[in-house]
Design a protein around this ligand. Structure first.
Ligand code: KMH
Ligand code: ZN
Length: 273
């Protein structure tokens, strides 16, 4: 079994300081949350940036500022900007961080309802376009799949040559409008991807730690963070992203699964330095 890659989704686009005061908005807060998550064991920081008032933005210069500030504190960490941004953003607006010198980014692999009246739109042509941009810029995509149909789309696009091997999936489970995050859902998705693909699991809300444990036990990787879940345990708010990462490290210990450093993560995911 590979060592365990922990990704920390420190900020997201939707969660606010009213939900959890540790959600970072400013560049300084963002860098500090990333650093604390890294110290706790995260090799990858999944990054959304905010304006100082907390509104989400995909502005290239805001990303550059945040990335520079993070790398100043932890130069070897892998930064994975979001190309999902926030619901309603346009394609090229979302793609702005790919113009920076980055190693990895998310690639959202299908449309889904996103709670209330929101629809997170990722058409087949959008997916092809995002994949092409990332391939041209040598950015490794993390293939975000919110339900089984998204995996089937990826497999079809891979066969047609729009998405390249080796593939690294992220199963994001428990979004209102996507697939739930029960054990049966996890196994269904895990068994639906090629044997040579890697995968990470991001459980939303109460699914975060049960899915983390299942993934650890079955050779997958794990994403946690305030973007996905604000609680350390039922009714107890996490006092920062590092508490969520530490809890995963503790679960991994009980399964004798070692934690991957950023260097080992680059090897596992074929990220060229
Ligand atoms: N904020 C969601 C609408 C990603 O980062 O690629 C999309 C999202 C996915 O968070
Ligand atoms: Zn995200």
């Amino acid at each position: 079994m590979d060592k365990l890659i922990i990704t920390c989704a420190i900020s997201g686009a939707e969660v606010t300081k009213e939900d959890n005061p540790y959600v970072p908005y400013t560049i300084q807060e963002t860098a500090e949350q990333a650093y604390q998550a890294y110290l706790a064991g995260a090799a990858i920081i999944h990054l959304h940036v905010r304006n100082d008032d907390g509104t989400p933005t995909q502005d290239k210069m805001r990303y550059k500022e945040a990335i520079d500030a993070i790398l100043k504190k932890c130069p070897d960490v892998i930064i994975q900007p979001s190309t999902g941004g926030a619901v309603g953003m346009k394609k090229d607006e979302r793609l702005q961080p790919t113009q920076l010198n980055i190693e990895m980014a998310t690639l959202d692999c299908g449309t889904l309802n996103f709670g209330g009246d929101d629809i997170f739109i990722n058409t087949e042509n959008d997916i092809k376009y995002f994949a092409k941009v990332m391939h041209e810029r040598q950015i490794v995509p993390e293939l975000e799949c919110f339900e089984k149909g998204h995996i089937d789309s990826v497999l079809r696009l891979n066969k047609k040559g729009f998405i390249y091997n080796p593939m690294h999936f992220s199963f994001v489970l428990g979004v209102n409008g996507g697939m739930s995050g029960e054990a049966r859902d996890f196994h269904f998705l895990r068994e639906s991807i090629p044997a040579d693909a890697t995968f990470s699991v991001a459980g939303i809300g109460r699914y975060e730690f049960p899915l983390a444990e299942l993934s650890i036990a079955h050779g997958g990787h794990v994403r946690v963070g305030l973007e996905d879940n604000i609680y350390l345990s039922k009714g107890v708010l996490a006092k920062g992203n590092q508490e969520l990462v530490k809890k995963v490290v503790d679960i991994a210990k009980t399964y004798n699964r070692k934690i991957a450093t950023p260097k080992e993560t680059r090897e596992i995911l074929n990220i060229k330095e």
